[in-house]
Ligand binder design. Structure first.
Ligand code: ATP
Ligand code: MG
Ligand code: FE
Length: 356
């Protein structure tokens, strides 16, 4: 089964074709991602109206390029999928309406996809990981620990009580004068920095609950930066490195606790897996920290390849293919409306009758 996927929930215009075979193995036939970074850089963040317009201008060409790269015609795909939420509503409208038009014109099934489900199931596309697994979703808008029991079957164990982790990276970058997008720039600056120079807090460390908090860390960064302003290049590097070290320590504590809970629940699991997903999963220090943590607990660790960490349409096409394979499809997708908010564990199973 081949699915054309469309992703326009934030500032990437993306289209991809993914194949899922009878045995459940996935292959990416094409994966086109056009980043709007340059259009938003001058504003220091994503401007929703600019994003929506840019999606309108680019999407037709991006879809055509995805089909061309896959060496397919529109009529050759078995279904059409688009991110229907959560995200910036202007962009969601552009992607979902385009998918509806393509579905109407071809008579192919339409699948509105939850963007977070795309991130959550990527490890099954790349590594064929079996259910259940523990997911750490760390992106620009979300920071969650999720028990993934099956397609559409998610249980959220913890979430951030304030900022998302990607947001914390982005705000830290802004505070210390590093350009947008913040995450990759903080990572780069940290390479030359002294992680011991600043003793930033490890929020919620040691607590039983599985939630996260990053706003106190951000405040500590602001105070440190204000105290030594104007910042030199070395100051920026040291703050970045100290911040990143605090993040890695915090994840070690919070995720470690979740691994223990997973063990208690699935004591018989031969090779339990920890999966990381979302844009922050591209961070090497974060990946290394989680690799060590998983090994310490006897978990297999799976991180998507870098190009599938950030937003892409292959994950959207794949999530749709997984849903199609088990019949978890909406009964009236043409009436599905974009959802700016759409928690992964809310009416994720089944989609039947929802969306209006
Ligand atoms: P969501 O998936 O929650 O809707 P989003 O789609 O905007 O949000 P992603 O595209 O998955 O999020 O991830 C973008 C985030 O990842 C940004 O906050 C960015 O700074 C962060 N990020 C990207 N690369 C890195 C990196 N190397 N280190 C740290 N953070 C990074
Ligand atoms: Mg983005
Ligand atoms: Fe995302």
């Amino acid at each position: 089964m081949r699915v054309l996927g469309i992703e326009t929930s934030c500032d990437e215009t993306a289209a991809a074709v993914v194949e899922r075979d009878e045995a459940g193995a996935g292959t990416i036939l094409s994966n086109i991602v056009l980043s709007q970074v340059d259009e938003h850089a001058a504003f220091g963040g994503v401007v929703p109206e600019i994003a929506a317009r840019a999606h309108v201008e680019a999407l037709d060409d991006i879809v055509a390029a995805a089909l061309r790269d896959a060496d397919l015609k529109l009529g050759d795909v078995d279904a059409i999928a688009a991110t229907a939420g959560p995200g910036l509503v202007g962009g969601l409208i552009v992607g979902l309406m385009t998918a509806k038009a393509l579905a109407a014109a071809t008579g192919k099934p339409l699948l509105p996809v939850n963007h977070l489900e795309g991130h959550a199931l990527t490890a099954r596309l790349t590594d064929g990981v079996a259910f259940p697994y523990l997911l750490l979703l760390v992106s620009g808008g979300h920071t969650q620990l999720v028990l993934v029991r099956g397609v559409g079957d998610y249980q959220r164990w913890g979430t951030t009580i304030d900022d998302a982790l990607g947001e914390a990276f982005d705000k830290t970058a802004k505070l210390i004068g590093l350009p947008f997008p913040g995450g990759p720039n903080v990572e780069r600056a940290a390479e030359a920095g002294n992680a011991k120079r600043f003793a930033f807090p490890r929020p919620l460390k040691g607590e039983q609950r599985l939630d996260f908090s990053f706003s106190g860390l951000k405040t500590a960064v602001r105070q440190a930066a204000t105290a030594i302003a104007p910042l030199s290049g070395q100051d920026r590097a040291d703050i970045s490195a100290s911040f990143q070290r605090a993040i890695v320590d915090t994840l070690d504590d919070r995720v470690g606790r979740a691994l223990l809970r997973f063990r208690e629940l699935y004591a018989d699991a031969a090779e339990p897996a920890l999966v990381v997903a979302g844009g922050v999963a591209a961070n090497t220090a974060v990946r290394n920290g989680l690799t060590t943590l998983a090994a310490r607990h006897g978990f297999r660790f799976i991180a998507p390849p870098m190009r599938l960490c950030g937003d892409n349409a292959a994950m959207i096409a794949w999530a749709a293919a997984e849903r199609l394979a088990c019949g978890l499809v909406d009964d009236d997708p043409m009436r599905f409306r974009p959802r700016s908010r759409w928690p992964l564990d809310r009416d994720a199973v089944p989609l039947v009758g929802s969306g209006r």
